[in-house]
Write a protein that binds this ligand. Structure first.
Ligand SMILES: Cc1cc2nc3c(=O)[nH]c(=O)nc-3n(C[C@H](O)[C@H](O)[C@H](O)COP(=O)(O)O)c2cc1C
Length: 224
């Protein structure tokens, strides 16, 4: 299943029964988290008016993202010292430029939309204060997010975990009454996939695993 769970962004109109959504979440909840604090919250987005607003806000984040891609930049990436130095593109201008995209433009019609929220005050961010981009906090939330995708796959569904909506967090916070000590981790779209699974493109183990040193020899069981 790990090899065959792609990012699915095209769905049929077939609805997903509540019992299936519940089963997916019921399986995903066995994800690990720092100190087993389980600081995730999920908001199932159903109201068409709220969905439309979420689509508009997602689109703004998508525009910001694409402005970086067009400039040949990794969107919102830290610098070579692992720190973020502010926007690398003009974000106001980026938000004004429409970026037609089939998934973005029909986001409000996706069969299931789950907003993934993290309670920040229970995240053990053990890399805080290292003077670089923090990573560890998200590790207490995203395994749960990926479990949702795996559990959905197990139900014959496809989906994608998205992040660009986070760019508009203040507006989403107000819209959905999200408290200050919570942050948006992502928006998960689920539904019946239009296409069957294709082969996923991923780097081989030897390309990202070395022995004893970061610059040590590639881990290759066939050679040792
Ligand atoms: C943290 C994270 C953020 C992502 N954000 C978005 C997003 O905002 N929009 C989107 O369409 N896909 C998003 N994705 C999906 C990735 O683009 C996708 O996982 C990747 O391209 C691999 O796709 P594949 O499994 O189909 O090969 C995100 C994935 C992750 C893990």
């Amino acid at each position: 299943m790990l090899r065959t769970t792609p990012a699915t962004r095209e769905f049929t109109d077939a609805p997903v029964p509540d019992a299936v959504i519940h089963r997916i979440l019921d399986r995903a909840r066995f994800a690990p988290s720092g100190g087993n604090r389980q600081g995730w919250r999920v908001v199932l987005l159903r109201d068409p008016t709220i969905r439309r607003r979420i689509q508009e806000l997602y689109d703004l984040g998508w525009r910001e993202y694409m402005a970086h891609v067009d400039a040949g930049l990794v969107p919102f990436a830290p610098d070579e010292h692992g720190r973020w130095n502010g926007p690398a593109v003009d974000l106001d201008a980026a938000r004004r430029l429409p970026r037609p995209n089939a998934f973005t433009d029909s986001l409000d019609k996706v069969p299931v939309l789950l907003l993934l929220i993290a309670q920040l005050s229970v995240l053990a961010c053990v890399d805080n204060g290292l003077g670089r981009q923090s990573i560890v906090g998200g590790g207490s939330i995203y395994p749960f997010g990926h479990n949702i995708l795996l559990a959905a796959r197990n139900e014959g569904l496809g989906g994608v975990l998205t992040s660009v909506l986070v760019r508009q967090e203040p507006a989403v916070r107000e819209l959905l009454r999200i408290p200050e000590d919570h942050g948006i981790a992502g928006l998960i779209a689920l539904g019946h996939p239009v296409r069957t699974v294709r082969k996923l493109r991923r780097r081989p183990v030897e390309q990202f695993t070395t022995v004893d040193r970061f610059d040590g020899p590639a881990f290759d069981p066939g050679r040792s």
